[in-house]
Design a protein around this ligand. Structure first.
Ligand SMILES: Cc1ncc(COP(=O)(O)O)c(C=O)c1O
Length: 444
């Protein structure tokens, strides 16, 4: 739930946030006096009041030097050390894979999205064959990688993930798609995106499938982008597949093309607004990325955030926080599933909970599932009648591709058990259940 004070702070006084569809809706809701209570934001995957308390505390204790330009384009050295230790521990990277030889880490302080963009430029410069259209292969529905790579001239090719198949990526289909790209003399597989803790489907990809993705990239001489934004965000008892560890192993065996793994720190610590994350690559790729491509647009800032993150990663509270968060996420996911089934009358097959990321996917009630327009109507109706914001499974800002499956919703679980219960209560009271009828009033 978002309090009135937070909304006022983020949205009022000027209307510049209007470019984001949810921002406009939230502003209108605030202006109309929040008729259903505090809004519950299950659309954007972020919170504004859930930063890890210990992390926030370290902010008050940063040295003066943190406020000047930093002197390394790789980021604050002690944060690099802390990130390297954190990554080695959570990904179980063996000691035989030496930092500085087999891999290295730099800091992202403007979010990992901008690093993906830079990596897309590097891959094009190095891998594109003359006369060929570079293709990026992405499993979809997906986070908005298309918005990163389309402007660079990449053609987007999706490996479809279907709810009827539990959103599991299909190895045979991957081979078929790669063969099709290969057979096109005007195209070239240039980049493969691996998002093993998958946003939005919440599936933890198997190591066999990740190995296959790395193998098809290796055969095609294509670059690899590993996006581990949700590596540390999963249910209790789940062992997240480490694409990074597998990539480092493949790299030491002579993987020829450039690879980059990014891991935002924002999702795991409730600090998305900091833009702090890690960039992991071979030493040479990382040097080129930070000394050339990143320098085109970014100088060395955010020292205070880098200092605080270093302190936090090295404090014992950090691991405890992540462990507690896993318990809460497991309980919230189970609550969401039970509430949608029991209170909103969803069949189990229409609620896709997965086991990692803070998301679940639910079907749009059949009466509203005819088209994207009717699904949009459902989301609008839902917000107007309940103050609950939901998102389409293909997230803002890119429109979903033509051949995608029937509309579904991605729901963010960050508001916890009480937020989920309250959202479902309001939806049930408003008649927005699975068997909801699309009234003529709605169609006008
Ligand atoms: C899958 C995925 N990757 C990357 C990002 C970007 O994260 P950040 O801006 O924290 O680096 C997001 C943000 O929502 C995401 O969901």
């Amino acid at each position: 739930m978002i309090s009135k004070e937070i909304l006022q702070d983020l949205l009022m006084l000027d209307d510049s946030a209007g470019g984001m569809p949810d921002a406009q809706l939230l502003r209108d809701y605030l202006t109309s006096g929040m008729p259903h209570g505090e809004p519950i934001c299950m659309s954007l995957g972020g919170t504004w009041d859930r930063i890890a308390p210990g992390l926030a505390e370290f902010l008050s204790d940063t040295p003066k030097s943190a406020h000047g330009y930093q002197l390394s384009l790789h980021g604050l050295p002690r944060l690099r050390t802390a990130l390297a230790e954190h990554l080695r521990s959570v990904h179980r990277i063996p000691d035989s894979a030496a930092r500085g030889r087999d891999w290295d880490v730099a800091v992202a302080w403007t979010g990992t999205r901008s690093a993906m963009f830079d990596f897309g430029r590097l891959v094009k410069d190095r891998c594109q064959r003359p006369g060929r259209r570079p293709v990026v292969l992405i499993a979809g529905p997906a986070w908005d990688y298309a918005g990163v790579f389309s402007p660079l001239g990449y053609q987007i090719r999706y490996l479809p993930l279907r709810s009827t198949e539990g959103f599991l990526p299909n190895a045979a289909e991957l081979d078929r798609i790669v063969a099709q790209i290969d057979a096109d003399p005007a195209a070239q597989l240039a980049l493969v995106v691996v998002n093993a803790q998958h946003n939005p489907t919440a599936v933890n990809w198997s190591s066999g499938f990740v190995a296959q993705m790395l193998a098809v990239a290796g055969c095609a001489g294509a670059g690899v982008l590993i996006d581990d934004a949700y590596f540390n965000v999963h249910d209790e008892g789940v062992k997240p597949t480490s694409a990074l560890k597998m990539m480092i192993e493949a790299g030491s065996l002579g993987f020829g093309a450039p690879w980059l793994a990014v891991q935002s720190m924002g999702k795991q610590f409730g600090s998305s607004g900091w833009g702090i994350g890690s960039l992991i690559a071979s030493v040479e790729t990382l040097d080129a990325l930070v000394h050339t491509y990143r320098l085109h647009h970014t100088l060395m800032s955010s020292g205070m955030l880098q200092h605080a993150m270093a302190d936090w990663l090295q404090s014992p509270d950090c691991a405890h926080f992540l462990a507690r968060q896993r318990v809460q996420l497991t309980e919230t996911r189970a609550t969401a599933e039970a509430q949608f089934v029991k209170r909103l009358g969803y069949p189990g097959s229409a609620v896709h909970v997965g086991e990692c990321t803070p998301y679940i996917v639910v079907d749009v009630p059949p009466a509203y599932a005819e088209s994207e327009d009717t699904a949009h109507e459902f989301r609008t109706r839902c917000f107007e009648r309940t103050g609950v914001l939901t998102a389409p499974i293909w997230p803002w800002p890119m429109p979903k591709p033509e051949a995608a499956q029937p509309p579904q919703l991605r729901l963010y679980l960050g508001s916890g058990i009480s937020g989920v219960r309250e959202a479902v209560r309001r939806m049930a009271d408003a008649g927005l259940v699975y068997s909801a009828v699309r009234s003529s009033e709605v169609r006008e």
